[in-house]
Design a protein around this ligand. Structure first.
Ligand SMILES: Cc1ncc(COP(=O)(O)O)c(C=O)c1O
Length: 393
């Protein structure tokens, strides 16, 4: 079956954050939004059918996780990511990945501990560290040959006796890097040798382009599995972030029990009835949909790179290996980030995240979400090029 990713869906009526919070964030209502990381595509039909079927039952009280749901997740990790996990390693944080990392941070570190984060980074990860009174240590990614890589030398230099944790984002938001096995092994080895635990945020794991492969951190070796926690979710992959759910793989029993203990004190373990139904359907019956989605996203990334390459050669597009986020360096335009943002918002009517939201050193960069019908992407890029070239659309 061929799925239609070209179809434009009116999301304003649905209370979409991305489409209705523009005024709050950018001061204007009528913007084409390319900021919040969800997709403008319909959730796959098997997921909608499964929810519809569940709605035929009239009771929505507390529920327990069904065996078929657990099997669907475990099977997904095995088939899609070649990672065979033990049933007991799998645990949950129903409100989402960031909530899960927030709890983990409290399990694995104390106020005043140093936590390493590779920047540029997704802002809520930065906020989690400073908001929990930990010390944020930035291990800036290296930019070489138009590609981001880990800076191992900087990492080694920044480790002190107070370093407790490293938060990894894999694949990486905002740069779109899908880390190789060699890179991950080296990173995990440094952490092991220095008694640093790793929390690996793998929410973008399923969105990986041709020629790349996502390697779950915990799949590298038993030793690395015992030293790390992997967080993932079906939210980005199948456009069900609004249903909220996160799964965690915690092979280390001590860490898992401490995590579950503080999670259960807060009473946030019970699954959302409809999320469970949606996720089971997504992991069980949407592989073909996902393959087509990835091909479409790759086409959008290609379209963006070639359009900007042709019309705005001063701008440097960092080609993503995966995710639906594209990191664009606009420093070559010779304008300040604020000036570019104002032109985009007030003249072009488009909304992108500014680089500085991802770390101080990313001023002059912008992050564009390309998970939308190509016609919307084309419209956004067309407006962007016009204002950046001529000051008006
Ligand atoms: C790297 C990363 N982690 C976590 C999240 C948010 O996850 P959740 O909504 O499950 O908390 C996002 C959303 O954009 C993300 O990009």
């Amino acid at each position: 079956m061929q799925y239609d990713f070209d179809k434009v869906i009116d999301r304003k009526r649905s209370g979409s954050y991305k489409w209705t919070a523009n005024k709050e964030k950018f001061g204007r209502d009528d913007l084409l939004p390319f900021w919040v990381a969800d997709m403008d595509f319909a959730t796959p039909p098997p997921v909608i059918d499964a929810i519809r079927k569940r709605l035929e039952h009239p009771v929505f009280g507390y529920s327990v996780r069904r065996e078929s749901y657990l099997r669907a997740i475990i099977n997904w990790l095995s088939v899609r990511h070649n990672w065979d996990i033990k049933r007991e390693w799998l645990t949950f944080c129903p409100p989402g990945v960031i909530q899960g990392i927030n709890l983990l941070l409290n399990v694995l570190s104390e106020p005043g501990d140093e936590i390493i984060l590779q920047t540029p980074a997704y802002k809520p990860l930065i906020n989690l560290v400073s908001g929990n009174e930990r010390i944020l240590v930035r291990n800036e990614l290296k930019f070489q040959d138009n590609r981001y890589t880990f800076d191992f030398e900087d990492l080694r230099n920044k480790i002190t006796p107070a370093t407790r944790l490293l938060i990894l984002c894999s694949p990486h938001n905002p740069t779109g890097r899908v880390w190789s096995r060699e890179e991950l092994n080296e990173l995990a080895g440094i952490c092991l040798r220095n008694n640093i635990r790793i929390i690996s945020d793998e929410i973008h794991a399923d969105l990986v382009f041709n020629g790349h492969r996502h390697i779950p951190l915990g799949s590298l070796s038993d030793e690395i599995a015992m030293n790390s926690v992997t967080c993932f979710s079906a939210g980005k992959t199948f456009n069900i972030s609004g249903l909220q759910q996160a799964s965690l793989v915690i092979p280390n029993r001590q860490i898992r029990e401490r995590f579950e203990n503080i999670r259960d004190i807060a009473q946030i373990n019970l699954e959302n009835t409809l999320s469970e139904v949606a996720i089971e359907a997504a992991y069980s019956g949407c592989r073909e949909w996902l393959d087509q989605l990835i091909a479409y996203l790759e086409g959008n990334a290609e379209y963006l790179a070639s359009y900007l390459g042709q019309h705005l050669p001063e701008v440097n597009v960092i080609r993503p290996d995966g995710t639906f986020l594209v990191w664009i360096n606009m420093k070559g335009l010779g304008m300040s980030s604020g000036e570019i943002k104002d032109l985009m918002v007030y003249k072009a009517g488009i909304a992108l995240y500014e680089g500085k939201e991802f770390g101080e050193k990313s001023d002059g960069f912008f992050r564009m979400n390309i998970a939308c019908p190509r016609s919307l992407l084309a419209e956004g890029l067309n407006r962007m090029v016009s204002v950046l070239q001529n000051g008006k659309v």
